[in-house]
Design a protein around this ligand. Structure first.
Ligand code: AMP
Length: 228
């Protein structure tokens, strides 16, 4: 049986990982978007003990510990594998540290259904990130992301899918955005090394119209899958 590809979208906050992961999921039946950020926000909304324990960390734009994140990630992935017919996993926001990369490599070695992680990095500048995130609106129920200028909903403030009121994230304030960007730059090389990606890491230009970024990403992902 062929293994399930694990596509890892890397890039700073605001590089479009969530939007592009959703796009890949929507255009390929059987591809599943996994976002640790969405998982943590769902825990916070539900008022669970885990949600309470990570709420302030997310609001400050800091990282949840590797221990907690790895557990949450693994249990979500196993749940998906056990309950859904999956053709590919698209990871968004995980791994975010070298330790998480090492954990992911261990998980795919233990879990015979999963293939080797295939990383793709979306490249965007800090100035672009600040501009994007300050205009970002999210459906708090589904995690669908809009931008008031680049990718607006049909009706301002309302999600096209389910009519839910859109909200702004507490960590999308310019000073928090800058520190989240810095954190990504600090962690980036460790993440890549931990994934043992070496020269397999492909970077694509993440700036410009969203549909153009999607086309570039589709092309790269198609090629990488052939070589995986
Ligand atoms: P995101 O939606 O991916 O931007 O994640 C939002 C926030 O959730 C991050 O700023 C972190 O506080 C937390 N978070 C999400 N994924 C991770 C991760 N892999 N490791 C640690 N913290 C995470």
């Amino acid at each position: 049986m062929s293994k399930i590809p694990v596509i890892v979208l890397l890039g700073p906050p605001g590089s479009g990982k969530g939007t592009q992961a959703k796009e890949l999921q929507d255009s390929h039946p059987g591809w599943v978007h996994v976002s640790t950020g969405n998982l943590f926000r769902a825990e916070i909304s539900s008022g669970s003990a885990l949600g309470l324990s990570v709420k302030d960390i997310l609001a400050r734009g800091e990282l949840v510990s590797d221990d907690v994140t790895n557990k949450v990630f693994e249990s979500q992935v196993l749940k998906i594998l056990d309950t859904t017919k999956v053709d590919a996993l698209v990871l968004d926001g995980y791994p975010r540290t070298r330790g998480q990369s090492v954990y992911l490599i261990g998980l795919v070695a233990r879990e015979s259904r999963l293939g080797r992680p295939v990383p793709v990095e979306l490249k965007v500048s800090e100035a672009e990130v600040v501009g994007r995130l300050a205009g970002r609106w999210v459906n708090p129920r589904t995690g669908r992301v809009y931008h008031e200028r680049l990718n607006p909903p049909k009706k301002a403030g309302i999600c096209d899918d389910d009519g839910q009121m859109l909200a702004q994230r507490s960590d999308d304030k310019p000073d928090v955005i800058r520190s989240r960007y810095k954190l990504y730059i600090e962690q980036r090389d460790g993440i890549v090394e931990g994934l043992q990606a070496g020269d397999r890491l492909v970077g694509i230009q993440g700036e410009g119209p969203l549909d153009q970024v999607s086309i570039r990403l589709e092309k790269v992902v198609g090629e990488l899958q052939k070589g995986a």
